[in-house]
Design a binder for this molecule. Structure first.
Ligand code: GDP
Length: 366
């Protein structure tokens, strides 16, 4: 499955947010650094209003959302790349995730210690980024050196990866995270980069953790983060971990009222989950029938057989056709039969690239 790693300095609200996300007490929130020692992984349902509409039209008995995982990664401090705090253990955990959710403290509270003694989310982001870049730089310098030698001896594998290594190394030497080149890369290069297992090559979402009073409006700190994110071509969102942990304990009807009273339209967690999902460049297709309406996750660009394989490997192996209706057609025309009559149902083959929102019936050989 796909994983977002939640990182940040100690006491910024990571565990509070993670607990709210998974509605468990697994990652215990406490007012001291290094509370979350083992990485905790939680799977969450991806909220998607399209599910309900499809289920209504098809008269499905059940709705099954798709899921993504969040990992609460133990606290990083200044000096982690040199083994401070949980040091290398933390760094190893980051290698396992596909994207990073970076929580930044944007709330003032004298009772909650800030490890650096001041509220400065942009400075905090820089502290963490620096640790990750130092770690990448050191490991890459070592590996590039070896790879250069092997490439000089005409080693094929080394010749293939060396250009990406050199490009990543150049960025790090210029003080830039490797992810700044992600958008310029072709698929093969992305694959090579992925194989290098770097810490700063993951896409990042900044999450500004604010007090309840600032949840609807943000504050000067969140504005500074938004500006920084924009400069990096990254996204930022404003969430109050304190509010989210309360909302997570309420039944759905009550949580809407509670949020409305605070001037919020939607739970911050729903925004966070969706932002994480798009950060991973994931899209959703649906299977719809009287029994259930279900959402399935694929990477953007996946072809029909690969999409079928998410349901079952047999579906991929025996793939014949994908009977496909776009979500808008399905909903606007009122279901499968009218969509078919209007000529909006397509019989797609092996080369079809599945689109977000496609409603699909797969035909396959067993
Ligand atoms: P972590 O070390 O980043 O995982 O931080 P925790 O989630 O354990 O939070 C550290 C402390 O800050 C806990 O006592 C939380 O209750 C508190 N905290 C978290 N979010 C907020 C917030 O939005 N406002 C205030 N005032 N306290 C918060």
């Amino acid at each position: 499955g796909f994983k977002c790693g939640i990182v940040g300095l100690p006491n910024v609200g990571k565990s509070t947010l993670f607990n709210a996300l998974t509605r468990t007490a697994a990652a215990q929130a406490a007012n001291y650094p290094f509370c979350t020692i083992e990485p905790n992984t939680g799977e969450v349902a991806v909220p998607d209003t399209r599910l309900k509409k499809l289920a209504e039209i098809a008269g499905s008995k059940e709705i099954i959302p798709t899921r993504i995982a969040f990992v609460d990664i133990a606290g990083l401090v200044r000096g982690a790349s040199k083994g401070e705090g949980l040091g290398n253990k933390f760094l190893a955990n980051i290698r396992e995730v596909d994207a990073i959710v970076h929580v930044l403290r944007c709330f003032e509270d004298d009772d909650i210690t800030h490890v650096e003694g001041r509220i400065d989310p942009v400075g905090d982001a820089d502290t963490i980024e620096t640790e990750l870049m130092i770690s990448d730089l050191e490991s890459l310098e070592r590996r590039t050196e070896q790879t250069r030698k092997r490439a000089a001896a005409k080693d094929k594998e080394s010749l293939t990866v060396l250009p990406m290594m050199e490009a990543a190394l150049k960025l790090l030497q210029d003080g830039k995270p490797v992810r700044t080149m992600l958008k310029t890369l072709a698929d093969e290069d992305l694959k090579i980069l992925h194989g290098l297992n770097l810490l700063t090559s993951h896409p990042v979402l900044y999450v500004c953790n604010v007090s309840e009073a600032d949840a609807a409006t943000g504050n000067a700190h969140t504005e500074a983060v938004a500006k920084m994110a924009a400069e990096q071509g990254a996204e930022s969102i404003v969430v109050s971990a304190a509010i989210e942990s309360e909302v997570a304990q309420l039944p759905d009807e009550e949580s809407e009222e509670f949020l409305a009273a605070l001037g919020l339209e939607e739970a911050g967690l729903d925004r966070l989950i969706r932002a994480g999902y798009s950060l991973l460049d994931l899209i959703t297709y649906f299977t719809v029938g009287p029994k259930e309406t279900r959402a399935w996750t694929i990477e953007r660009g996946t072809k029909a057989p690969g999409a079928a394989g998410v349901i079952h490997t047999d579906f991929e192996r025996g793939f014949i056709r994908a009977f496909t209706i776009a979500y808008d057609d399905y909903v606007n025309l009122g279901g499968e039969v009218p969509a078919k009559e209007a000529g909006k149902a397509r019989d797609e083959g092996k080369e079809y690239v599945v689109q977000d929102g496609d409603v699909i019936h797969f035909r396959f050989n067993t």
